[in-house]
Ligand binder design. Structure first.
Ligand SMILES: Cc1cc2nc3c(=O)[nH]c(=O)nc-3n(C[C@H](O)[C@H](O)[C@H](O)COP(=O)(O)OP(=O)(O)OC[C@H]3O[C@@H](n4cnc5c(N)ncnc54)[C@H](O)[C@@H]3O)c2cc1C
Length: 355
C-alpha cells in the first residue's frame, strides 16, 4: 500500500479546489483497498473513496481521514460482456468499446471520471444511462470486508441514483463494473441535440460518429474537459433536474412568459424541468460572476472556479442560486456533486455527503 500524509486534494478534482487529506492511499489493486480500510479502522479515521474527482467539492479544510484513490486498471472482454476495473478512465473505456463496434454507451462519451464512479450516480447523458448496460458491479463490502458481485437488479438504479449514493451510501467500494454491450448496435440518436446535429443526413451515423458528435456538443456547452479552458474547472452540472408532479409543472407554466421546457420522467404523472432553465429564469445568466466563483459562459448549470476559488466561494454561489430558484418557483434545487470534508457542510460521521 502506497501511503502518503497531508496530500492536497485540489489537483485530484476537476474543480481544482480543496484542502489536504490527512492520509492518501493510491490503490492499484483490491488488496491495497482492504489495507487502506484496515488502516483507517485501526485509527478510527473516516474513509473517503476518490475516483476521478469530477463530481466532488472538497472543503477548504480538507478531509480529516483516509482518502483511497481508486487506481485499479484493466478491461477484460468476453464476447459482448466487458469487465472494466474501477480505476479505468470512463471516456477511454467508451472509446475502446465504440472502436470495437460495441454500442450502448456511445452517448456517454466525454463524461470525465472513472468507470467505478459511473454506477454511483447512474451516470447519464443524451438519452443513455449506465444502468442500461451494467449487468453487475463488483464491490468490497465494508460491513464484512468481503468482495462480492452485485447484480444490476439490486443496485437500485434510477435518475442520478443508486444504492451507492442513497440507501447503502458508504457501505461499498466499487472495484469492477461489468457491462453487456451490443455488437454493431444502431447508435442512440433520439435525443434532441443529436437529432439536430445529424439533421438532413441520409444515412445513419456510426457509433464512432455518434460518440464524436456527443463530444462536440459537450464541448460547445463547456461540458467537455479541455485543458486550459476556463469553463472546465467545474463538476459538470451542479444541480439535478428537478422531477415535479404535472400539477406543479402546470402551475409554473401558467405563470411563465413563453413555454416552460420539460422532459419525460420515469414516473407517471411527473415531469423533469431542466434545472438550467430554472437557474437562468431566477436571474443567473451564463457568465454570472460572484467573486472567484461563477457560472460557465456556455452552460447555466455549471458552477465554475474562475481561478483561485475556495470551496466557500462555490457554496456561497450555490446558496444564492438555491434561494432565488426557491423564492421564484417554490422548487428547491438538489446539488449533484458530493461534499467532502469537515466544516459546516459535512453530513454524517464519514464527513462526506450530498451538498
Ligand atoms: C465537465 C463535466 C461533465 C459531466 N457530465 C456528466 C454527465 O453528463 N452525466 C453525469 O451523470 N455526470 C456528469 N458529470 C459528473 C461526473 O463526471 C460523474 O458523476 C462521474 O461518474 C464521477 O466519477 P468520478 O470517478 O470522477 O467520481 P468522484 O467524483 O471521484 O466521486 C463521486 C462520488 O462517487 C464515489 N465513488 C467514486 N468512485 C467510487 C468507487 N470506485 N467506489 C465507490 N464509490 C466511488 C465517491 O466516493 C463520491 O461519493 C460531469 C462532470 C464534469 C466535470
Amino acid at each position: 500500500m502506497l501511503l502518503r500524509e497531508q496530500v492536497s486534494l485540489g489537483p485530484y478534482t476537476t474543480f481544482g479546489i480543496g484542502g489536504p487529506a490527512s492520509w492518501f492511499v493510491e490503490a492499484t489493486d483490491e488488496a491495497s483497498v482492504v489495507e487502506a480500510v484496515e488502516f483507517a479502522r485501526a485509527r478510527s479515521l473516516p474513509l473517503f473513496v476518490l475516483g476521478g474527482g469530477s463530481n466532488l467539492l472538497v472543503a477548504d479544510e480538507g478531509f480529516p481521514g483516509v482518502v483511497v484513490h481508486i487506481a485499479m486498471k484493466g478491461v477484460e472482454q468476453d464476447g459482448a460482456v466487458f469487465r472494466a476495473a474501477a480505476g479505468e478512465n470512463w471516456d477511454g473505456f467508451v472509446s475502446r468499446a465504440v472502436e470495437r463496434g460495441y454500442g450502448g454507451i456511445e452517448c456517454l462519451a466525454g463524461i470525465p471520471g472513472t468507470v467505478g464512479g459511473t454506477p454511483v450516480q447512474n451516470v447519464g447523458a443524451y438519452g443513455q444511462e449506465v444502468s442500461g448496460t451494467i449487468t453487475a458491479v463488483r464491490v468490497l463490502d465494508l460491513k464484512h470486508l468481503r468482495s462480492s458481485e452485485l447484480p444490476a437488479a439490486v443496485c437500485g438504479f434510477a435518475y442520478r441514483r443508486s444504492i451507492f449514493n442513497s440507501t447503502r451510501q458508504g457501505q461499498f467500494i466499487v472495484t469492477q463494473v461489468s457491462f453487456r454491450l451490443r455488437k454493431d448496435a444502431f447508435p442512440a440518436i433520439s435525443y434532441g441535440d443529436l437529432q439536430r446535429h445529424f439533421a438532413g443526413r441520409a444515412e445513419r451515423p456510426s457509433l464512432e460518429e455518434t460518440a464524436a458528435a456527443v463530444r462536440e456538443i459537450r464541448h460547445s456547452k463547456g461540458m467537455l474537459l479541455v485543458e486550459g479552458e476556463p469553463d472546465c474547472r467545474s463538476a459538470g452540472s451542479f444541480f439535478k433536474n428537478p422531477v415535479v408532479a404535472e400539477a406543479v409543472y402546470d402551475a409554473i407554466a401558467s405563470k411563465a412568459k413563453g413555454s416552460v421546457p420539460r422532459y419525460a420522467a420515469m414516473t407517471r404523472g411527473f415531469v423533469k424541468i431542466p434545472a438550467a432553465w430554472l437557474v437562468e429564469q431566477a436571474g443567473f445568466a451564463k457568465g454570472f460572476v460572484l467573486g472567484a466563483a461563477g457560472i460557465s459562459s456556455r452552460h447555466a448549470l455549471a458552477l465554475i472556479n474562475r481561478g483561485g476559488a475556495k470551496a466557500a466561494d462555490i457554496v456561497a454561489l450555490r446558496d444564492r442560486i438555491v434561494a432565488a430558484v426557491e423564492a421564484r418557483f417554490g422548487i428547491r434545487l438538489d446539488p449533484e456533486p458530493v461534499w467532502v470534508g469537515g466544516g459546516r457542510e459535512a453530513s454524517g460521521a464519514a464527513a462526506a455527503g450530498h451538498l
